[in-house]
Design a protein around this ligand. Structure first.
Ligand code: DX5
Ligand code: ZN
Length: 220
């Protein structure tokens, strides 16, 4: 069995103690830093932008998994590459020429991800699946942390796994939103390779221990 990954979402960190929280992730069993960029247009919220990502990148010693919840993401591909992003994920719903966007991300030396909203069918990715390094399946409506998990996600992850196999692709599946110790193992069972967790980690008494718990639930 391959190593299943945990990606704590920095959105839920304490921004007054950002360096402390980054060091906590550095010293934990986490695999990636999940970075949520929201523009107030694609989603009804604004998170943080380039200066904060720059500060995170300066201290983080793990893969930067950047989730762009912005319209017309092509405008910022180079900027996010220059800031040190390792994986750049754009929303299917925000890209008119998705194939072109994926090539542009790879041309900047990053892994290319595609996120899909809860209403977006995984079937829509079939024709580009071999071009996608990572599919980010949203298990809440993007825009906010702390929402509850949408149960239909299991079905989507299972079908997506089949599509990946049918096409001989090596695409990873990441699930984002409402991930806890109640659904982590079942999500991996359904086919997830990486799990994002924001509030479940940062609102817990001991975030480092919570990351360890998620990591072991994902790798049973
Ligand atoms: C939501 C973001 C998520 C969010 C997850 O739009 O994409 O990454 O931070 O937070 P939790 O784990 O609290 O649902
Ligand atoms: Zn996210």
């Amino acid at each position: 069995m391959t190593n299943k990954l945990i990606a704590p979402s920095v959105l839920a960190a304490d921004f007054g103690n950002l360096q402390r929280d980054i060091e906590m992730i550095n010293n934990s069993d986490a695999d990636w830093f999940h970075i949520d960029i929201m523009d107030g247009v694609f989603v009804p919220n604004i998170s943080y932008g380039m200066p904060v990502l720059q500060a995170i990148a300066k201290h983080a010693n793990k893969t930067l998994d950047v989730h762009l919840m912005i319209v017309d993401p092509d405008r910022y591909i180079k900027t996010f590459a220059d800031l040190g992003s390792n994986i750049l994920t754009v929303h299917y719903e925000a890209c008119t020429h998705l194939h072109r966007t994926l090539q542009a991300i790879k041309a900047e030396g990053m892994k290319a991800g595609v996120a899909i909203n809860p209403h977006t069918s995984v079937e829509l990715l079939t024709d580009v699946i071999k071009d996608i390094d990572l599919v980010l399946v949203m298990s809440v409506n993007p825009g906010f942390g702390g929402q509850s998990f949408i149960e239909n996600t299991y079905k989507k992850v299972k079908r997506l796994k089949e599509i990946i196999k049918e096409n001989g692709a090596s695409t990873m599946i990441e699930v984002d939103g409402g991930v806890t110790n109640k659904n982590a193992a079942a999500l991996v069972e359904a086919g997830a390779d990486a799990l994002v967790a924001g509030s479940f980690v940062f609102k817990s008494e001991d975030p480092k221990r919570t990351i360890k718990e998620l990591k072991s639930l994902a790798n049973q």
